[in-house]
Design a protein around this ligand. Sequence first.
Ligand code: FAD
Ligand code: UDP
Length: 372
Amino acid sequence: MYDFLIVGAGLFGSIFAYEAKKAGKKVLVIDKREHVAGNIYTENTEGIQVHKYGAHIFHTNNKEVWDYVNQFAEFNRYTNSPIAVYKDELYNLPFNMNTFSRMWGVKTPEEAKKKIAVQVKEAGITNPRNLEEQAISMVGKDIYEKLIEGYTGKQWGRPCRELPSFIIKRLPVRFTYDNNYFNDKYQGIPIGGYTQIVEKMLEGVEVKLNTDFFEHKAELMKQAEKVVFTGMIDEYFDYCYGELEYRSLSFETEKLDVDNYQGNAVVNFTEYDVPYTRIIEHKHFEFLCQGSGEDSVSGTVITREYPADWQRGDEPYYPMNDDRNNKLYTEYKKLAQKEENVIFGGRLGMYQYFDMHHVVEEALNTVHNCLK
Ligand code: FAD
Ligand code: UDP
């Protein structure tokens, strides 16, 4: 018998397993994939850590969370500063004085604020009710049309008018010449990748890969006092109230015989007609392109990220947290609360657009409550 069966060897499941094992509990972790680490999985390709499921930059304001992850790896000083390409124009992200200056030729914060205020007034928005209105009220119509409308439309498969505002509020808008994509105090990439973090968490824990919970549910449930489920909550309940919506992705990864393909880790393509949203050049996450520096690695690996509709069987990368889906999730949550001895956690178990630092917080709170 195990004290805990943990479904999912992603960040949530692995933190739970690590803390439970530390408290003397017997734990079994299963995952249907052939590797641990879930979506933060990274893989060494000729000296370059490839982020297999999209760019992952760790950032947080919470010192406890930062110290917690730093136990498992040393983090570098990487600061995310993506470039946005719209046709033959190139802009800095997030929306800051470099973006405004490039867009309008303005030089001072006052000039930029005036320009935005005029565009917001022309659009007649006072109380933004959706992503389009929210975006225009933050940065004006020009930036909305060139840098947001197309990217967001393809990313989410819907026009901005039909999307919730919170998605665009993830991005800072600042009136300084600062291209840091995040406002958080702590930020970096683990030197040597993310997989080692999860491997360290799972040291001494029994892990079964290539094991789908639903294929062995009855026998697995019998073997554990409690189950921690980090898969899709609607799937757990056999979609009894209908499907929650997700957004999926496909990744196209290529090794190239050039040392520096795009000069930056993340380049966004904001036109609707370019089918991918971004190209990641993985070596730049670890500064492996410093000319004669001894850390330089020759050749490069890039990944194009294509947004895709989700259907059963596809990877559910993003929950669609709009009103309809949040309501449906509330119904599933009520069922989850009645499910004795099963804890639902993580991005899919809680149906929340969580970043890694949210997952660390949630997992630590959950496991500590459970072990009380
Ligand atoms: P997951 O990593 O999804 O782990 C769940 C695991 O459960 C998976 O391994 C899955 O195979 C397994 N599983 C599911 N169902 C079953 C089943 N039936 N049986 C067995 N196993 C099952 N966060 C940031 O902080 N910074 C970023 O820059 C960032 N970039 C991102 C980019 C992309 C493209 C995506 C998709 C996410 C990004 N995130 C980022 C979010 C980050 O990936 C998540 O916060 C984190 O990985 C969630 O961890 P988790 O354990 O909840 O879920
Ligand atoms: N976004 C955009 N243009 C960009 C980058 C982001 O319109 O060049 C919008 C888009 O709607 C996206 C949201 O901002 O879904 C949040 O961006 P983030 O980079 O946080 O997305 P994630 O990394 O979670 O995919």
